[in-house]
Design a protein around this ligand. Structure first.
Ligand SMILES: Nc1ncnc2c1ncn2[C@@H]1O[C@H](COP(=O)(O)OP(=O)(O)O)[C@@H](O)[C@H]1O
Ligand SMILES: O=P(O)(O)OC[C@H]1O[C@](O)(COP(=O)(O)O)[C@@H](O)[C@@H]1O
Ligand SMILES: [Mg+2]
Length: 328
């Protein structure tokens, strides 16, 4: 099939994620391979509004596959939420003669892409780049695997203190409204309890379970709490509640925060990003529109943006069972 696409813009948007650089690299090199021009857009949709562009060729993306963050920088753009902002973005694309966009980001980025396309009928292909793994239609998002590895490395260290002092640690991990990071890192780090937004167990059941563990001989505990979990008002309130209702444990809180977003991407994320970048340009050249590239059962797939942002709970409930059994 022939395509009218000659010039492609690429941007990274929303929270940065390890592997975004590898995805940009794959997009740029795929453009070079297919003799397409490629333009980097800085600071996501905000750079689109401001016309912050730079031509990229195959050599522009050397030495970045191993680097965290995104060399194109990212942003959460309030202006792009307005029709006026999106009109400015469109005007810059037209002025620069860009025919299509590759948007690397999360659910918000794809929501923005839908609105932009409704208003301006502009071809956009999405690549899921977010540590949260909260996108429908793909088993993995770029950055998630690296974040999981960062979290378990951190919890392994916390375990040393928990064990040496017979303490109970509440460790808060990211994930906005999704429990994927908490559940998988919790199992991987051998957590005693894992609190996720998808399953509110209640404070009393938690205390009961911790009491049982203590009776079974446990002297320290690690509880992984997803930032979106509803059980306590916040993690410090939950710590206070546990101290007041469970005798014999000193409780400490550790909020892992943005260390989860940084660092060199894992091999899995680099390969995933490379595959998705190549698939995105393939999709564009095959005249696919308004889709995100996903991975399902190790195969590349195209998923409509509307499907990708559905926010359906794709958490594997079998994992909750595994967590329960392995923490007995
Ligand atoms: N409903 C929307 N309409 C227009 N733009 C949106 C919308 N939702 C998000 N965006 C744009 O996408 C950007 C990235 O979304 P955000 O939620 O911050 O991160 P992520 O893409 O990682 O989920 C936002 O800063 C905003 O500019
Ligand atoms: O760094 P910020 O802007 O405060 O955002 C924190 C949020 O970003 C994330 O790290 C990534 O979320 P997005 O991929 O949606 O940007 C969330 O886990 C967290 O809730
Ligand atoms: Mg998001």
């Amino acid at each position: 099939m022939t395509s009218k696409i000659k010039k492609v813009g690429v941007l990274t948007s929303g929270g940065d994620a390890p592997g975004m650089n590898a995805a940009i690299r794959a997009v740029v090199r795929s453009c070079a391979y297919h003799n397409l021009e490629c333009v980097g857009i800085f600071r996501g949709y905000q750079g689109l509004i401001e016309g912050d562009f730079k031509d990229l060729d195959a050599r522009s993306v050397k030495n970045i596959i191993n680097r965290g963050g995104t060399f194109l920088k990212s942003a959460r753009s309030k202006e792009f939420m307005t029709a006026e902002g999106r009109q400015k973005a469109y005007d810059h694309l037209k002025k620069e003669k860009i025919d299509a966009l590759i948007a690397i980001g999360g659910d918000g980025t794809f929501k923005g892409a839908i609105v932009f396309n409704e208003e301006h009928n502009f071809p956009i292909i999405g690549i899921p780049g977010t540590i949260d793994n909260d996108i429908n239609g793909t088993d993995y998002t770029i950055g998630y695997d690296t974040a999981l590895n960062t979290v378990i490395e951190a919890i392994d260290k916390i375990r040393d203190t928990a064990n040496s002092h017979n303490r109970l640690f509440l460790v808060e991990v990211m994930g906005r409204d999704a429990g994927d990071i908490a559940l998988n890192a919790g199992i991987g780090a051998g957590a005693e309890e894992i609190l996720i937004p998808e399953q509110n167990l209640g404070q009393d059941r938690l205390i009961e379970s911790l009491r049982r563990s203590k009776l079974s001989g446990k002297t320290s505990s690690i509880i992984v709490v997803s930032e979106g979990d509803q059980i306590g008002k916040n993690i410090f309130g939950l710590a206070k509640y546990i101290e007041e209702n469970l005798e014999g444990y000193e409780v400490r809180v550790s909020v892992l925060g943005h260390i989860q977003r940084g660092g060199s991407p894992s091999c899995y994320d680099r390969v995933l990003a490379s595959r998705m970048g190549v698939a995105a340009i393939d999709a564009l050249l095959a005249n696919e529109r308004d889709v995100m590239i996903g991975i399902v059962h190790s195969k590349m797939v195209s998923v409509s943006f509307s499907e990708a942002i559905k926010g359906e709970n794709k958490l594997d409930m079998e994992l909750i069972r595994v967590a329960d059994i392995t923490s007995v």
